[in-house]
Design a protein around this ligand. Structure first.
Ligand code: ASP
Ligand code: MG
Length: 439
């Protein structure tokens, strides 16, 4: 059995849903099809929820109206028969009724999660209506019945496996299942989610839960490229990557896969294939346990980085200093990406500066603290790239004249990271494309 996950743009238009139906009905293997919300819907739901949180019911109502209009236009293009249109109308009715009821109750974090869940519920139910109209046998599995996270928001893979297997066992004659990405239930039994972009994570967890033959992630580009095609003119698709390489790339900015989604597939050795709905015959990118080859595979950029610098003469010859510094970040629930130290200073980078004022205040007890906002981490990723003796030289000679704020080398054998000013990003990506890949 395999997992096929389709992202928001892959189900973003009625015609795209028709295309997805074609893709999932080829081949004999059983499938669990995981869908995201129609592209733009989750953003709209977030905006609706934000207006409600602010107490602006009027604005929320207007946004709900806009969203409703989009779906009213979607349905007649999706399905044609009277029965299917009636079924689709009932689905819209149910979910937009819910959205109009919430206008009258007070906002809470739990309600917010309920609001965000509407996107995936809508996309899967509408898609299922289309499949039924086309006479395509399938079962709609409610993800809320088997996707579980614990009190620390960590997915509970063993519980997911047990519940999902039980669901599948109820449909012994079915080989095609449709379910929601992103949504789950938390330890309190409430509707929750795996965070923005979490459908990939859903897919990978389900793949691990059923030991799928492959976890296919269908998007609108042909796999991972060696560099950002929006910034650099010439890029090439990467045929094969190892899980370690993919994890580094996903974490350090390659937008194609949710970073957390690697571990379940990796742990259960389930190959992940990145494929393109617009070009289904393109080979895409295959991610497996073993690396295809050594050397640089791709460059990724992670924006919105702040560097925090702590200078302390007291650090000189002191032990336990770094622990105290890290504790400040831990206490403020802020994770650190890059670290460099000298005997008297330590620099770290963070990508979430929401607790920065508190962090700076607490760090001030250790010494002089300064920050640099608007930074970008550029990562050169590839199997054993850090043990290629000529790599650093190629990187630095291609970046001559560019100020590099920090370098992280050797932490992972598969990643060399540089911190540069965000306005240098384009130039750095272009120059490295030439220096590292000869493109
Ligand atoms: N619909 C959710 C989002 O937009 C989850 C996903 O698409 O992966 O974040
Ligand atoms: Mg996505």
């Amino acid at each position: 059995m395999k997992i096929m996950k389709f992202g928001g743009t892959s189900v973003g238009k009625p015609q795209r849903m028709h295309e997805v139906a074609r893709l999932i009905t080829t081949g004999n293997e059983g499938k669990i099809v995981v869908l995201s919300a129609v592209s733009g819907t989750t953003n709209s739901l977030v905006a609706i929820s934000q207006q409600l949180a602010k107490g602006d019911r009027h604005a929320a109502k207007a946004l709900i109206g806009d969203l409703r209009a989009q779906y009213d236009a979607f349905v007649p293009e999706l399905v044609q028969t009277a029965a299917a249109r009636e079924a689709a109308a009932a689905i819209l009715h149910e979910h937009f009724d819910f959205l109009s009821i919430i206008l009258r109750i007070s906002w809470s974090e739990a309600l917010n999660k309920d609001i965000l869940a509407q996107g995936e519920l809508l996309s899967t139910k509408l898609f299922s209506t289309y499949l039924t109209e086309q006479g395509i046998a399938h079962a709609l599995l409610p993800a809320l019945d088997f996707m579980r996270i614990d009190a620390y928001e960590e997915p509970q893979l063993d519980t997911i496996r047990e519940l999902l297997q039980a669901q599948l066992a109820q449909h012994r004659d079915t080989t095609l299942f449709i379910t929601q990405g992103f949504i789950c239930r938390n330890a309190r039994g409430e509707v929750d989610n795996l965070k923005r972009g979490g459908s990939d994570y859903s897919a990978s967890l389900m793949a691990a839960a059923i030991t799928a033959s492959v976890c296919e992630i269908w998007t609108d580009i042909s796999g991972m490229h060696n560099n950002d095609p929006r910034v650099v003119e010439r890029t090439v698709p990467i045929g094969q990557l190892s899980f370690d390489e993919a994890a580094e790339l996903a974490y350090f900015g390659a937008k194609i896969l949710h970073p957390a989604s690697i571990w379940p597939a990796q742990q259960y050795r389930i190959p992940v294939r990145l494929l393109n709905t617009m070009e289904p015959s393109a080979p895409g990118t295959l991610i497996t346990q073993v690396a295809a080859a050594r050397g640089a595979k791709a460059i990724a950029a992670k924006d919105g980085i702040t560097a925090v610098n702590i200078k302390s003469s007291r650090m000189l010859l002191a032990y336990g200093f770094l622990r105290k510094v890290f504790e400040v970040f831990e206490k403020n629930r802020t994770s650190i990406d890059m670290i460099t130290t000298s005997e008297v200073a330590v620099s770290v980078t963070i990508d979430n500066d929401s607790a920065l004022p508190e962090i700076l205040e607490e760090l001030a007890a250790f010494g002089t603290v300064s920050t640099d906002g608007g930074q970008t981490i550029i990562s050169i990723v590839g199997h054993a790239v850090a043990s290629d003796t000529s790599m650093l030289q190629r990187i630095f000679s291609s970046l001559e004249g560019v100020e590099i704020r920090m370098v992280s080398y050797g932490g992972s054998l598969h990643n060399i990271s540089l911190l540069v000013d965000a306005d240098k990003k384009k130039e750095v990506l272009q120059r490295l494309n030439k220096g590292v890949f000869n493109l």
